[in-house]
Design a protein around this ligand. Structure first.
Ligand code: NAG
Ligand code: NAG
Length: 350
């Protein structure tokens, strides 16, 4: 297939599939070189989601957003098994405390690790049956790298009356934490943090549907005084199919390199009808040049049309020399666009 760019004086590039019922048609693929990049990111079906679940530890530059506790003179308490409970702090509209076990929480498999938790406080003020869902990250400051080791497991932590504390028994191994080359303890000082982000399930979703043969899907465009037309793009009136206005465009005289004798016809996506949900729109169309007695010239194209108006996808509908074989009659031609499928996007409850 040929990769080529139409210059219509508008943005008119697409990766598209054009098939033709008539083999004599000159068929174009209009592209901006994006097809290859789509194909390269091939989906790897052997990717195993389960084996990729679990605790992730990443270094990040940004300080945690909810709480930081710094302990100086760490050696004073480093052997203690009792937890340190921080002062209360507010985050996402709730009250919390950080709970730190510097020799590990034995009840949570924390042997030879630092254990760190966030507990929700002041829950007596919450309504009966309360539940707070949280995306929780815990942090150990790496003073040497001036970064934070961020620990999370990607699951949503559900705080409720029965479960007020979430965190990690195995936050970081003591062997790593005490390793002076690592940089978690510098001048007998270390620092921990928490980031608490509320997870409120979204109430609405965007639903993309595809409609075959939507109402009023045939648009006819008669062009008079064909012989007087100039070398420029002419546009039809806009017509509404699905949630979007469309128009046709063609240049009767354009001499493109490669296809000097063909007449291209474009379907161009325009604006959206009022209150429509503006998204990329699928448009599949049969484009015809009407024969006044016999067989129409016909081509099919289908493409995603971007939100921004003025994007067109085109195909060569006829060789100019063939116009007089029944298509150009009384100096007029007739194009027809039959929108065989469009997408419509709605916002609906989840
Ligand atoms: C897909 O992923 C598996 C497992 O990671 C790997 O062994 C395989 O080579 C990958 N295949 C391709 C085509 O990338
Ligand atoms: C605590 O740390 C500071 C600063 O390093 C030091 O001056 C002080 O002596 C330490 N105090 C104890 C009790 O170790």
């Amino acid at each position: 297939m040929e990769n080529r760019k139409w210059n219509l004086g508008i943005v008119c590039l697409a990766f598209l599939f054009i098939t033709s019922s008539s083999a004599e048609f000159l068929i174009q693929q209009v592209t901006e070189g994006r097809v290859s990049s789509v194909l390269e990111t091939e989906y790897n079906s052997s990717y195993n989601l389960n084996s990729n679940l679990g605790v992730t530890r990443v270094m990040r530059d940004e300080r945690p957003s909810s709480k930081i506790v710094t302990i100086t003179n760490f050696s004073v308490i480093k052997e203690r098994s009792e937890p340190y409970e921080s002062s209360i702090f507010e985050s996402s509209g709730y009250i919390w405390r950080l709970i730190l076990y510097v020799t590990g929480n034995k009840n949570d498999g924390g042997n030879n690790h630092i254990s760190l938790y966030v507990r929700i406080e002041d829950t007596q003020s919450l309504p009966k049956g309360w539940e707070v869902n949280v995306d929780l990250k815990l942090f150990v400051h790496n003073l040497k790298q001036r970064k934070y080791l961020a620990i999370s497991d990607g699951t949503v932590k559900r705080y409720n009356e029965a479960k007020k504390e979430w965190g990690f028994g195995k936050l970081i191994p003591l062997s790593t934490f005490y390793n002076m080359n690592e940089g978690y303890i510098v001048q007998d000082t270390c620092s921990f943090g928490a980031e608490i982000l509320l997870v409120k399930p979204v109430q609405l979703q965007e639903k993309v549907t595809f409609v075959s043969n939507p109402p009023h899907n045939v648009f006819t465009w008669r062009i008079h005084s064909f012989s007087t037309l100039e070398n420029k793009v002419y546009y039809s009136d806009d017509f509404l199919v699905g949630d979007r206005y469309w128009r046709l465009g063609f240049n009767p005289k354009e001499d493109e390199e490669g296809r000097p004798h063909a007449i291209p016809i474009f379907l161009i996506a325009q604006g959206f009808k009022p209150n429509a949900v503006a998204t990329t729109t699928w448009g599949a169309v049969n484009l015809r040049l009407k024969h006044q007695l016999g067989n129409d010239k016909k081509g099919y194209s289908a493409a995603w049309y971007p939100i921004k108006p003025g994007y067109g996808v085109g195909l060569d509908i006829i060789l100019r020399k063939d116009l007089r074989h029944g298509y150009l009659v009384e100096d007029s031609i007739v194009f027809e666009a039959e929108m065989v499928m469009v997408s419509v996007t709605k916002i609906v409850p989840t």
